[in-house]
Design a protein around this ligand. Structure first.
Ligand SMILES: Nc1nc2c(ncn2[C@@H]2O[C@H](COP(=O)(O)OP(=O)(O)OP(=O)(O)O)[C@@H](O)[C@H]2O)c(=O)[nH]1
Ligand SMILES: [Mg+2]
Length: 303
């Protein structure tokens, strides 16, 4: 039997970790070239492991974006930390993302767990600090850990992303493609759509409210309208922690909820490539972030 030309596949698993708000999700999206993880200027935006998949000829890189390291204040926070631990086990490469300053307690704690591992330090947000700060951060970090490499980048401006990519490609080893080669995430569209709604709340509301929000898809149904176009009907429950928060999310004359739903619909239409009808309802579940049963029911951590 004639043998076809065999293309040797290379692959690697890479975890993106670091303290909250340093730009891990922005970096992963830039590496993948797709919006896989939601982004906001508030810490603790990412709540669970998010898989981003990079496919090129003969290579598949599987990135895992993680929640930021923080002091947990409730059960949800504890789950978030567990997710980080799970994402660090058994991956080939660790991308430690930090801002351009000396390592703090969180970075030191992480590094103490990384002895013997392949770690690339990504110093992010170089667009907003003087060059001197970048140089000082490189020196301070290099003194305490033997990194595979240290790469200063701006994930926001997509500056330096190719350097990280080349480092990782050089480290990829012979292996299988773990995911279909046309997919860029393992999240379902339902999960992605719920995260988009949460992103719009994080971006449009202040302080404590967004952190106490969960978004639960109730209806997600495709149909043809009478013009033969595909339409997706979506109903989401926005869960908040207190009655007072519900009023603020809905806003005067329902204006805040309308704004959130309208921004979310725009993004979900791009994601699904269909027209979208999005309806959002606000529900109160008192202190759900400390309620294991509700966290379970919301399915945030069920894979
Ligand atoms: N100036 C600048 N801002 C950035 C850069 N990368 C990310 N940001 C901003 O930093 C904020 C946090 O970005 P995220 O990507 O959500 O950070 P994260 O580390 O994933 O945060 P958590 O999920 O909360 O841990 C957002 O406002 C981003 O726009 C960068 O290179 N330069
Ligand atoms: Mg994030």
């Amino acid at each position: 039997m004639e043998k076809g030309v065999e293309i040797k596949m290379k692959s690697a698993f890479i975890t993106v970790c670091g303290r909250a708000n340093v730009g891990k999700s922005t970096l992963m999206n830039a590496l993948i070239g797709e919006k896989v993880s939601i982004i906001s200027n508030k810490p603790q935006t990412t709540r669970n492991k998010i898989t981003g998949i990079y496919n090129a000829s003969g290579v598949q890189l599987v990135f895992i974006d993680t929640p930021g390291i923080h002091e947990p204040k409730n059960k949800l926070g504890e789950h978030m930390l567990k997710e980080i631990g799970a994402a660090l086990d058994e991956v080939d490469i660790i991308l430690l993302v930090a801002e351009c300053r000396k390592p703090g307690r969180q970075e030191m704690n992480l590094l103490s767990r990384f002895r013997g591992r392949t770690v690339i330090l990504v110093l992010n947000k170089i667009d907003k600090v003087p060059k001197k700060d970048v140089a000082e951060a490189i020196m301070a970090y290099s003194d305490i850990f033997e990194f595979r490499s240290v790469v200063p980048v701006s994930a926001l401006k997509k500056d330096g992303i190719d350097i990280i990519m080349n480092e990782i490609l050089a480290l990829a080893e012979d292996g299988e493609a773990y995911y279909p080669e046309d997919s860029y995430t393992s999240q379902t569209v339902r999960q992605m759509a719920s995260e988009i709604v949460r992103e719009k709340i994080l971006r449009n509301m202040y302080e404590e409210i967004p952190h106490g929000i969960a978004v639960e898809p109730i209806v997600f149904r495709e149909r043809q309208n009478k013009n033969g176009e595909t339409v997706t009907d979506i109903v989401m429950n926005i869960i908040c922690e207190r009655e007072a928060h519900k009023g603020m999310i809905i806003g005067k004359n329902g204006n805040m909820l309308k704004k959130i739903a309208s921004y979310a619909r725009e993004d979900i239409e791009k994601l699904l490539q269909t027209k979208v009808y999005l309806e959002c309802h606000v529900k109160v579940k008192e202190n759900w972030r400390d309620n294991e049963k509700i966290i379970n029911e919301l399915g945030i951590y069920n894979e």
